[in-house]
Design a protein around this ligand. Structure first.
Ligand SMILES: O=C(O)CCC(=O)C(=O)O
Length: 274
């Protein structure tokens, strides 16, 4: 399948920033026209299928939220909007995004999953500091999450926050009570650096980079979509979308030792090692 959109290489400065900090903001990956389609189709899909609930659970909520905030904080979420919306299917194979990913974890890059995080007005729920590794552990670090900003994200509406250079720590033990998260006493939220972004920007970060976000306290929605990508040689060991092959967005699927592919049957992606 051909990727769509403009090719876009990373600047040396962006590469260096990513290597040092474990995340990087790519401005205006999506054009205004692409963004308008993504936004309106997302609204329709949310209306029809998304679920609003209290969001991530666990003892961290007592540390991050007042009683009133804890009672009211809400998240609207769902997975795999590429199966519901052509604009989001095109986003997966966007050429500007694919070429940036290929530079960092390629040359071969495979789509893995898509997840919506829409924080509603006033009490859009926060996310405690965590790595994404516990949610879909893979054998090595060649996995990037791409946060597509459908709305601008600011300090006030709960933009992403990162602990710079934390990707160098590798996979960490997480508290498993409720949603996996890092202990707030050892990883204080106040130490995280904000990464505000405009609508149309994409923030890339490693599966090992520690991140989170604060409450949306504004009267408007903050909608972002996470698209996960991996080098296909980085085999999954558990969690979300385990065993499901994804579209190749850069390079070609390699022939891997120990992975059997039946060209006439459903492709199986074997379990990797941690
Ligand atoms: O949507 C957010 O604010 C946080 C996203 C996040 O933590 C994640 O996608 O892993």
């Amino acid at each position: 399948m051909q990727t769509v959109g403009r090719p876009m290489g990373l600047t040396q400065e962006q590469r260096d920033f990513f290597d040092k900090n474990g995340y990087v903001r790519l401005p205006q990956v999506f054009t205004a026209a692409e963004l308008a389609e993504l936004s309106s189709e997302l609204d329709e899909v949310i209306e029809r299928f998304a679920v609003a609930d209290k969001g991530w659970t666990g003892p961290w909520r007592q540390k991050y939220l007042s009683k009133k905030e804890d009672e009211n904080a809400k998240l609207t979420a769902m997975h795999e909007m590429e199966l519901y919306s052509p604009a989001w299917a095109r986003a997966v194979v966007n050429r500007a995004l694919a070429s940036a990913l290929a530079e960092l974890i390629g040359p071969d890059v495979e789509f893995h999953h898509m997840t919506l995080h829409a924080k509603g007005p006033e009490f859009g729920t926060p996310f405690p500091l965590h790595q994404d590794h516990p949610f879909y552990p893979h054998s090595d670090g060649r996995y990037l999450d791409a946060i597509v900003h459908v709305d601008a994200a600011t300090e006030e509406n709960g933009c992403l926050k990162f602990l710079p250079s934390s990707h160098k720590l590798g996979p960490l033990e997480h508290v498993r009570e409720g949603s996996p998260h890092l202990p707030p006493d050892r990883y204080p939220f106040e130490q995280a650096v904000s990464c505000p972004a405009e609508a149309g920007d994409v923030v890339l970060f490693s599966i090992y980079t520690i991140h989170g976000s604060a409450l949306n306290r504004t009267p408007n929605w903050r909608r972002v979509v996470r698209i996960g990508y991996r080098n296909p040689g980085n085999l999954q060991v558990g969690g979300q979308a385990m065993g499901r092959p994804g579209l190749m967005v850069a390079g070609l699927r390699p022939k891997l030792e120990g992975v059997t592919v039946d060209p006439y049957g459903p492709m199986r992606v074997e379990t990797g090692r941690v």
